[in-house]
Design a protein around this ligand. Structure first.
Ligand SMILES: Cc1cc2nc3c(=O)[nH]c(=O)nc-3n(C[C@H](O)[C@H](O)[C@H](O)COP(=O)(O)OP(=O)(O)OC[C@H]3O[C@@H](n4cnc5c(N)ncnc54)[C@H](O)[C@@H]3O)c2cc1C
Length: 389
């Protein structure tokens, strides 16, 4: 069993590590200042500039196929890079990517939606959640009714990431009520100028999702992504693609937080000694280090399964569940190590505390991951011995 990185993996990882150190970390004080006055941490033009800088060194479309100008680096590499980016709270991501389901577009749709999204000229959003349908996505009510060559969409979506900025949405609507999620849900590519509206939702995080309303929005049939009635499968593909990437990012955040905790513990003195000398503090440090290590291997194992073309759903759910829970415990401990300072807005700990909370909710809550994991075991689709059998 070989747990070491290849020379190429190390080289690519180290490049990103240096990029984060040189280009991203110096932005942190300004990003914090802006966010604390209610402004976005990075303006879209600044994000774009950073993405183009990375592109000069070939970093563009980490998971995008080469025929679309991407690097197609695969799951393990993507997870390693995500962990490096997670070391900063600056909302940076590499350019050159598009939602995986847009690759199911036909040639005409690829020109209008996929390629401009990869190029960064268009912004998409993925809209399935509704006020009455979150974990139970099969319960969506947004409907699309055929009218000649067009479809008329009515309904409401909520918590849609990027929904305020997107100029088109991939929206999921019921086209056959009888069949519902079993062949009666269709995905539509809908431009903003077709008439859907978005409203920001204020959250405890630094970026807000949107509520979308569709009031008799008319869409031509050529804007159906995939086939009529096959939308739910696309939605599951979108949700399933990158569950391991969310906890991958959390690895970096937890490493950075723990480093902050260790530094602070070394220098903060109480009762004549650095708090690092206290067993209570040492145990927090030790538990966090063990959990980060465990998370790293859960994530890399899931990513490795993705690269092998294996059914990675169980491994991805485990990584997502563990990552969400442990990242929240670790940020809480690091805040505790900092005492009152941890609670202030002078340090970014409280910012991470708020941001990491989301990890236990979106793209499948903790409870839904547990449900998946337990069901796979109960039905015999997975074994408690894991991949090794
Ligand atoms: C910031 C943010 C961004 C998001 N981005 C997107 C996006 O881009 N696109 C999109 O479509 N959606 C998005 N979502 C929606 C997100 O996926 C849902 O919020 C999530 O799936 C949970 O659904 P819900 O909020 O309706 O909670 P509910 O499903 O109502 O769940 C409420 C509680 O009950 C628990 N629960 C539910 N069912 C069960 C069960 N069977 N057994 C045990 N417990 C259960 C849940 O775990 C949770 O604790 C986003 C959400 C947030 C907060």
């Amino acid at each position: 069993m070989d747990f070491s990185l290849t020379d190429e993996q190390r080289e690519v990882r180290d490049w990103v590590r240096t990029f984060v150190r040189k280009e991203i970390l110096p932005l942190e004080p300004e990003v914090l200042r802006r966010e604390r006055t209610g402004r976005p941490g990075l303006e879209p033009s600044e994000l774009r500039e950073l993405q183009l800088k990375a592109k000069e060194s070939g970093f563009w479309g980490v998971l995008t196929p080469e025929e679309y100008g991407g690097m197609n680096l695969g799951g393990v590499m993507a997870a390693l890079l995500e962990a490096e980016l997670g070391r900063s709270f600056v909302p940076f991501r590499f350019g050159g990517s598009a939602d995986n389901i847009l690759f199911f577009a036909n040639e005409e749709q690829k020109e209008t939606y996929l390629k401009p999204t990869i190029a960064g000229d268009r912004k998409s959003c993925f809209a399935i959640t509704e006020p009455g349908a979150g974990s139970d996505a099969r319960a969506i009510r947004t409907s699309a009714r055929q009218d000649g060559d067009d479809w008329i969409i009515n309904g409401e979506k909520t918590f849609i990431t990027g929904g305020n900025e997107a100029d088109f949405t991939m929206v999921f609507a019921v086209t056959d009520k009888e069949k519902g999620a079993n062949g009666g849900v269709t995905c539509f590519l809908v431009d903003r100028d077709a008439g859907w509206k978005s409203h920001p939702i204020d959250t405890m995080g630094e970026w807000g999702p949107a509520a979308l309303t569709f009031d008799n929005v008319r869409v031509p049939a050529r804007n159906i992504l995939g086939e009529v009635g096959r939308g739910f499968e696309l939605a599951m593909r979108w949700i399933g693609q990158g569950r391991y990437l969310l906890p991958a990012r959390a690895i970096g955040s937890c490493e950075r937080l723990l480093e902050m905790g260790i530094d602070y513990a070394r220098t903060r003195e109480t009762f004549g000694q650095p708090i690092a000398e206290r067993q209570a503090i040492q145990w927090m440090i030790a538990d966090s280090a063990v959990e980060i290590e465990a998370l790293r291997w859960l994530v890399l194992h899931a990513a490795w399964q993705v690269d092998q073309g294996m059914d990675s759903r169980q491994a991805q759910s485990m990584a997502k569940l563990y990552g969400g829970i442990k990242a929240n415990e670790i940020v809480d401990r690091v805040l505790q190590i900092h005492g009152g300072m941890g609670y202030t807005r002078e340090l970014p700990v409280e910012r991470w505390y708020r941001e990491l909370r989301l990890l236990r909710i979106y793209e499948g809550t903790d409870e839904i991951q547990r449900r998946t994991i337990a069901r796979n075991l109960l039905k015999g689709h997975a074994s408690v011995s894991g991949t090794l059998g």
